[in-house]
Design a protein around this ligand. Structure first.
Ligand code: UD1
Length: 433
């Protein structure tokens, strides 16, 4: 298991480039299941979750080519043959977004068998809303032996009102509705840019969609979809992580290749904290030279403050003047990074869904454990300002969603390296026998 060793104290200076959005790439790869023609996706990030999705599609019979050399970030998917419309437990347990194949599989093949995801580090994360929505579209659902099975000769358009806003739920049902017979109206949909990006790909494939990116989406089902070529949007969470890294380290950083419009809630909050920004087309310059002050933050669905930036904001809050209250409204157990930051000297008190963070606490390096993807990112941020060498264990979590983060941060001045697992010393032959 790899670890990161980070020596804090360096301001981040220079330009760092953002990769494609993992959370847009995953549904777009699943959308390739909807056609027997080839779908080519560009700006695919080179992260572990993409490899997991590739395995998932290949196990069903799809041909998936991940580019190399100059075409490194391109993937070409052909799902002409789908022998086994199934997502098995071993893949779903490593990546919950595997459930995104449920809707497209049943829409295209009339049958899908997908493992229930079960719990994960940040909470229960059920898929009941995906299931209820598919039932509204006429699928028959059974749940047995930890698997959901959906069947339908052809899905029929229907009226879906989400009880709760769900990102992958909206995407999953959107992919089901595009091949359903007749019109589907979905209300209380997620408005995340990743939903709109998926809809952009589906439209290129011939789907008829109105309102993606708003809370009401209308779909006129079509009988067949064709192949398409599509470029994935930049990763707003990776961009936001670099923005906070620059602010925390007192750096001067250009975060390039991002879409500043998607960072609105974060930049507004950071401006409240005293961080200075300039925007220029597809880049944001962050100047973290002035004094920073506290701000309260509450996570919300897009366009609110993203839950995927909550841990990173908490790292920043440990370094500003005053006390910040961080409220997590989306997931029930998403403060695991707080305990690790406390081990580094932070002053954080958890009260249910709220974390009270007293600022301006000097952090000192320690051995810490990454518990989930965004928690790992927040520990990297804390380590960048800590005194001494922090060792972060279980960085496979960060590799799920950040492309070569150590190389990108090193490129702008961080002292950081990855170390592999130490192999146990080989015992002498006599002892081995
Ligand atoms: C997506 C993102 C994840 C982000 C999250 C919230 C992807 C691949 N992942 O996850 O990075 O943190 O949105 O912005 O895009 N819920 C139900 N029933 C359901 C579905 C969800 O109760 O059927 C609940 C969840 O437990 C959670 C809330 O709804 O409390 C939001 O979850 P959801 O938007 O579905 O998160 P994901 O799509 O899994």
């Amino acid at each position: 298991m790899d670890k990161f060793v980070i020596r804090g104290g360096n301001p981040l200076v220079g330009t760092v480039r953002v990769s494609g959005a993992k959370n847009a790439a995953l549904p777009c790869m699943a959308a390739a299941l909807l056609t027997d023609e080839t779908v080519t996706l560009e700006n695919i990030p080179d992260v572990r979750d993409i490899q997991t999705e590739r395995k998932l599609l290949v196990a069903m019979g799809a041909e998936v080519e991940l580019g190399y050399g100059r075409a490194h970030h391109r993937t070409v998917i052909n799902c002409a043959k789908l022998e086994k419309p199934e997502a098995t437990y071993d893949l779903v347990k490593t990546m919950r977004a595997s459930t995104l194949v449920l809707g497209p599989l049943v829409a295209r093949t009339g049958h899908a068998r997908v493992s229930l995801p079960g719990g994960c580090a940040i909470g229960a994360r059920p898929i009941d809303l995906h299931i209820k929505g598919l039932e509204k579209l006429g699928a028959t659902i059974t749940t047995e032996h930890g698997y959901v099975e959906a069947r339908a000769d052809r899905l029929k358009g229907g009226h879906i009102v989400f009880e709760k806003i769900t990102v992958t739920g909206t995407e999953d049902l959107l992919m089901a509705a595009v091949l359903a017979d007749g019109e589907t109206v979905m209300e209380n949909c997620a408005r995340e840019p990743e939903v709109a990006d998926l809809a952009a790909l589906l439209s290129k494939m011939g789907a008829k969609i109105e309102g993606a990116g708003t809370s009401t989406i209308k779909v006129h089902g079509v009988a067949k979809l064709r192949g398409a070529r599509h470029r994935i949007i930049p990763d707003r969470i990776e961009a936001g992580t670099f923005v906070i890294a620059a602010a925390m380290t007192g750096g001067d950083l250009i975060v390039s290749g991002c879409d500043p419009k998607h960072l609105g809630a974060l930049t507004a909050k950071l401006q409240e904290c005293g961080v200075k920004f300039t925007e220029n087309g597809d880049s944001v310059r962050v100047m973290g030279d002035g004094p920073l002050r506290c701000a309260d933050v509450s996570t919300e669905e897009y366009p609110g403050f993203p839950t995927d930036m909550q841990a990173q904001f908490m790292a920043l809050a440990t370094q500003v003047d005053g006390t910040s209250v961080v409220t997590e409204n989306i997931f029930e157990n998403r403060f695991m990074h707080a305990q690790e930051m406390v081990r580094m000297g932070a002053n954080i008190r958890i009260e249910g869904r709220r974390a009270i963070v007293r600022g301006k606490t000097p952090l000192s390096a320690a051995a810490v454990l990454a518990s989930d993807l965004r928690a790992s990112a927040s520990l990297v941020l804390a380590a960048l300002v800590a005194d001494g060498e922090t060792i972060i264990d279980r960085v496979y979590h960060i590799d799920r969603g950040y492309e070569r983060i150590e190389e990108k941060l090193k490129g702008v001045g961080a002292q950081m390296r990855r170390i592999g697992e130490m192999l146990p010393r080989k015992a002498p032959l006599a002892q081995q026998a």
